[in-house]
Design a protein around this ligand. Structure first.
Ligand code: OGA
Ligand code: MN
Length: 304
């Protein structure tokens, strides 16, 4: 409902498009659906928007095949779902399009990185360190490597539901801190891509506290909402207890039975639900080129 409200200023087309939504090949337990035959450069009808929204709530990862769209068209489609979030690493914006973060290992003529080359090396949910984390992210393939470069998604509804009842009870009411800075320096020391953060950037990414288990505002299902990349501690537990419990949850939440591995095809645009899945970049051999454009939609404050 909230996304329909966010889109209320949009002028929907009266005309529906002819497209199918079906499970992606290799989907695990309903995670991942592909959308075939829809052209996102054309105006969307309200019915089609609502079809996509239902599929997003059900399958959590939508793969729009063969989208020949411009950055402006990606931004326009992304805005239908809510306000867009501007990433703290401003230096990696696509020039002229502050809403687009370049996820890329390419460099400019001076040898400066053009984009975030090591995005997603640890499991995470985008911007979970914000008071209002992301509803979802849209990643549009521009240049793909011949091998590698896959993105993995782990279903956090399924992960929650598979927990033993005693652990579910223990997690009820617990809150965790999420911090952008938790692994930043460690990643930076391993990677030529990451810039040193300015004081202004550090001030922008203050930690946030969210429930360990939250309820998805669209589908009403509970999901685990912690990740190795950003979750620093569970409030109200000793340091050691917090670490042990988080390690247990991190290991549980990304087991193969919860994971869909996306192998990118040219012109794919993938729209995942950051409230329902964690994701991870499988990695690209460093001599191969990879470039994708990301837009990030703001969500609501998570509630238990
Ligand atoms: C991202 C991200 C993973 C990838 O863009 O948010 O985590 O495979 N990307 O590029
Ligand atoms: Mn990410």
């Amino acid at each position: 409902m909230s996304a329909v409200l966010a889109a209320r200023d949009h002028v929907f087309s009266p005309r529906r498009q002819d497209f199918v939504i079906r499970p992606v090949p290799g989907a695990a337990g309903g995670l991942g659906a592909e959308v075939v035959g829809l052209d996102l450069s054309r105006p969307l009808s309200r019915d089609d928007f609502e079809r996509l929204q239902s599929a997003h709530w059900e399958h959590h990862v939508l793969v729009f095949r063969d989208q020949r769209i411009t950055p402006s068209e990606q931004v326009a489609f992304s805005r239908l779902w809510g306000p867009l979030q501007i990433h703290v690493l401003r230096q990696f914006q696509l020039p002229g399009h502050p809403e687009i973060l370049q996820v890329s290992n390419l460099r400019d003529e001076q040898g400066q990185p053009l984009g975030l080359g090591d995005a997603g090396q640890l499991w995470h949910s985008d911007l979970s360190y914000k008071e209002k984390p992301s509803l979802g992210s849209l990643l549009h393939a521009q240049e793909l490597p011949e091998e590698g470069g896959d993105t993995l998604f782990a279903d956090q509804h399924a992960a929650y539901e598979a927990l033993p009842g005693t652990l579910k009870q223990r997690l009820a009411g617990l809150q965790a801190e999420h911090s952008y800075l938790l692994h930043y320096e460690a990643l930076r020391s391993k990677s030529p891509w990451r810039p040193a953060l300015t004081q202004a950037q550090i001030a922008e990414v203050r930690p946030a506290v969210h429930p360990v288990v939250h309820t998805h505002p669209g589908n009403g299902r509970k999901a685990l909402f912690v990740s190795e990349h950003f979750t620093s501690r569970i409030l109200g537990l000793s340091e050691g207890e917090s670490r042990t419990l988080l390690q247990q949850l991190f290991a549980h939440s990304v087991q193969p039975q919860f994971v869909y591995r996306h192998q990118w095809q040219p012109h794919d645009m993938v729209f995942w639900d950051n409230r329902a899945v964690l994701h991870l970049a499988a990695g690209t051999p460093s001599h191969l080129r990879r470039k994708l454009y990301r837009t990030t939609v703001e969500g609501a404050r998570p509630v238990a």
